[in-house]
Write a protein that binds this ligand. Structure first.
Ligand SMILES: [Zn+2]
Length: 327
């Protein structure tokens, strides 16, 4: 199977996370003062973006700027290095947004929306920052004893301030299986109650503790549509920062074709032939690559499929464009 990982939005992070050296507090302190250090402020988990040369990119701050925000080094999250320049993220949700000195000229955009116009590398950095900041905001107190926690390792571990407890809390990633199920020249698409009219996607669900990826695919497909699958193959993966999932894309062959839906999970599921998937994918684009524009959904189409930002789009595309692999 060809390497399609770079097709997936949020999967193109090239920062060197420096997992060993970031444990050194002195090294982190020196990186904060690096003359080319880049600081990414997140406002209510939204990201700062700017236009540059007729395209969009992340608006980073430099060290002089962040001193205005009065941010403690303990609140900085080290994201990684690129060309030996350090990247940090920090939360500014508590800061007065009416302070023009701090906010003048910065546009904050929801990460998923920003990803539709940014380079995949920038989108991937935002995904890392969003997941890490969300985790940090939810782990200010020890889940074991309730005392406050303190950041170490460049913000990649929170440790309980009670020395008798000393509980270490690491960022979590939640695995989700997302799978295209096919039978000969048809594949299954499903619709959840919160989807727009005529909008369908492939099936997905969380992997449970103690469960393999293959078992999760088998279980989720059977629970949602009462179809048994075989020949499960891995396709690609996608970090999904809502809040911190890893989408594990798979393709599986159905053993039976009679769909019986679980009405609590989905409202509709159906077999769709390859040609219709191909034509619907061509239309599965947004109106413009501008994050400030609203998404336009044409409800007159019979079948609306996810846009390229979603791994579901690439699973459908790969299956539809390569019939020789899926006989
Ligand atoms: Zn504790």
């Amino acid at each position: 199977m060809p390497d399609l990982r770079n097709f997936n939005t949020f999967a193109g992070n090239t920062l060197d996370r420096s997992g060993n050296i970031r444990k050194n507090t002195d090294w982190i302190s020196s990186q904060v003062k690096h003359p080319n250090a880049k600081f990414l402020p997140m406002l209510n988990l939204m990201a700062p973006i700017q236009t540059k040369d007729n395209s969009f990119c992340i608006k980073y701050l430099n060290f002089n700027h962040i001193s205005d925000y009065k941010i403690s080094i303990n609140n900085l999250i080290f994201l990684g290095l690129k060309d030996e320049e350090p990247y940090f993220a920090f939360d500014i949700s508590d800061i007065d947004i009416n302070n023009e000195k701090l906010f003048n000229g910065i546009i904050f955009q929801e990460v998923r929306k920003a990803a539709m116009c940014l380079s995949n590398e920038d989108s991937s950095i935002l995904a890392q920052a969003r997941s890490m900041i969300n985790w940090k905001l939810n782990n200010n107190f020890c889940p074991r004893c309730g005392n406050s926690t303190k950041s170490f390792h460049g913000g990649h571990v929170e440790i309980c301030s009670d020395i008798n407890c000393n509980n270490e809390i690491f960022p979590r990633t939640d695995p989700v299986v997302i799978m295209l199920v096919f039978n000969k020249g048809n594949c299954v698409v499903g619709r959840q109650s919160n989807f727009p009219k005529n909008f369908f996607s492939v099936l997905a669900g969380f992997v449970e503790p103690g469960e393999s990826i293959e078992s999760a695919v088998n279980r989720e497909v059977f629970e949602e549509i009462a179809i048994k699958v075989k020949n499960i193959v891995y396709h690609s993966s996608q970090p999904w920062p809502y809040p911190s999932s890893l989408m594990i894309g798979c393709i599986a062959e159905a053993e039976n074709t009679n769909i019986v839906i679980d009405e609590e999970e989905i409202v509709e599921a159906k077999w769709v032939e390859r040609e219709l998937i191909l034509s619907a994918l061509k239309k599965a684009k947004l109106s413009k690559g501008d994050p400030l524009e609203k998404t336009i959904v044409d409800n007159s189409e019979k079948l609306l499929l996810p846009p390229p930002i979603a791994i579901a789009h690439h699973l459908l595309k790969y299956w539809a464009e390569n019939p020789r692999f899926f006989l």
